[in-house]
Design a protein around this ligand. Structure first.
Ligand SMILES: Cc1ncc(COP(=O)(O)O)c(C=O)c1O
Length: 480
């Protein structure tokens, strides 16, 4: 048989990438075939030649050729070689290019690998109670009756809902029967389902604090709702600014520690909010995601406790324990319980039973309270480190919202955190977050940044503040 000349083939591979060499070689050859760079009927180099030109082992190339053969991109002609099969290219090259680039980018390391990231609401992963959790997981796995390994009810396990109802009453003044609780996959799902419950299939309106977290804003806007921004000050939402003409379907608030400004809503405003909801006949959705970490005074009880039939209370274990658990919950007025359970069933049937049972034991046996007390001390220390670092390097900074949570806001009256300045800060190896990023109405918070400290050890916090000072006050000599 006639043997045509084999194509010359070379491409780079990235040995530092997390993508295996086999996949990289496969993607490169496949992309060339799809894009007609290797034409129909063209002979490929032998496995030995390609392995040597690219610098990988011959076994890798053999594996790639086998896979491409099995998928129909190649054909073997006996005693001749391996050829590109007919009909194996497509015309839409642009899409393939983007795919190739995206695949290549997955394994690429970030250019600023040692960036100190003051991301808000990230808990201290290094303090997750691994040993206790591991032991309880084993116990649950061994002692739990078989029925727990089947499908369960959408509202979650009775064990977790009972212990949670008790905890919420004692710690947060939430008044509910365990049957009013639906365990969800994080507060994110809880809020998504609340939006479906109250704001679906109509031109819904949701009144939100402005600024508001981008995750929650995305959930609401994705559902097609119009967002009605309500300004906040250092204590939280300003109820007198709630819309009087456009009735919202619900008001979304974080009264115990407004995100990102950090205010704790005083009782007078809480009462005003409830009165507003009664007057407008709408619900209030209270997100209480990090209220366990209060450092000054006594934590203020939930809004839900003031009117359990008007307020949907949403909580999460992501900040107290870990976002990896994906366990949150909604506490619902009785009239919404059935419909909400149905929505949860449609979403994912139920949250992992085993994980719920471990958590229930963790709470029942007192580890949860102990963990909160321990984490409060750790976050207090991290907060003090951040505040003292700011006092040292940037004494003119005005600090807001430092009495709770895992982040605070820093304001500089003479600095506007423009995109250009944010980039300069990033290049200095530190990531902070402009409050303007979270706003709906632009221009009111240009002088403020959010700095989360929960996930950073004290040395990183101090180094991060020094880098921040260098970026925003380049002419100032560094403090020693
Ligand atoms: C305001 C707010 N609530 C709750 C959460 C927690 O979400 P989840 O419980 O899904 O992890 C977040 C996450 O960043 C948040 O920003």
């Amino acid at each position: 048989m006639e043997r045509s000349a084999a194509s010359l083939l070379w491409f780079p591979v990235d040995r530092a990438s997390s993508i295996s060499l086999t996949i990289q070689v496969y993607e490169q050859v496949r992309r060339r075939i799809l894009q007609n760079e290797l034409n129909e009927g063209e002979r490929l180099p032998s496995s030995r030649e390609l392995a040597s030109s690219v610098g990988v082992s011959r076994n890798i190339v053999l594996e790639v050729y086998d896979r491409l053969l099995a998928e129909g991109y190649l054909e073997v002609r006996p005693q001749s070689g391996t050829y590109v099969a007919a009909g194996s290219h497509i015309l839409s090259e642009a899409a393939q290019d983007r795919l190739g680039e995206a695949v290549a980018a997955i394994g690429r390391p970030s250019p600023l690998v040692d960036t100190i990231d003051f991301r808000a609401a990230h808990p201290a992963a290094d303090y997750f109670p691994r040993a206790v959790w591991g032991r309880l997981a084993r116990e649950v796995c061994m002692d739990t009756p078989e029925r727990a390994f089947g499908y369960a009810k959408p509202e979650g396990t009775a064990e977790l809902r009972h212990v949670l109802a008790r905890y919420l009453l004692q710690a947060r003044g939430v008044r509910c029967h365990p049957d009013q609780i639906v365990v969800t996959s994080g507060a994110t799902q809880a809020l998504h389902l609340v939006t479906e419950l109250l704001a679906k299939d109509k031109q819904a309106r949701i009144a939100v604090e402005d600024p508001v977290t981008d995750e929650m804003r995305t959930i609401f806007s994705y559902a097609g709702a119009d967002l009605l921004p309500v300004p906040v000050d250092d204590k939280g939402i300003l109820p007198e600014k709630l819309p009087e003409l456009d009735r919202p379907d619900f008001v979304f608030v974080i009264p115990s520690h407004q995100f990102p400004l950090g205010g704790t809503l005083p009782i007078q405003r809480r009462i005003q909010l409830i009165e507003y909801a009664r007057r407008m006949d709408c619900c209030i959705v209270e997100d209480d995601y990090d209220s366990e970490f209060t450092y000054e005074g006594v934590p203020v009880h939930s809004l839900q406790g003031l009117d359990p039939e008007r307020v949907i209370y949403v909580g999460t274990f992501s900040k107290i324990l870990s976002p990896a658990l994906r366990i949150g919950y909604a506490v619902l007025p009785v009239r919404y319980v059935e419909a909400y359970r149905r929505l949860k069933w449609f979403a994912d049937r139920h949250t992992s039973t085993l994980e719920q049972l471990i958590l229930a034991r963790f709470m029942e046996e007192g580890y949860f309270d102990r963990h909160i007390r321990r984490m409060r001390k750790i976050y207090r220390k991290r907060r003090e480190t951040l505040v003292s670092g700011l006092r040292k390097h940037l004494p003119e900074a005005h600090i807001l919202g430092e009495s709770a949570g895992m982040h605070l806001v820093v304001e500089f009256s003479d600095i506007r955190f423009t995109d250009k300045l944010m980039e300069r800060i990033r290049v200095e190896g530190v990531q902070v977050y402009a409050v303007e990023h979270y706003v709906l109405v632009k221009g009111r918070h240009e002088h403020q940044i959010v700095m989360g400290y929960g996930g950073l050890p004290p040395e990183a916090i101090l180094e991060g503040v020094a880098r921040l000072a260098k970026a925003i006050r380049p002419d100032r000599p560094p403090s020693l």
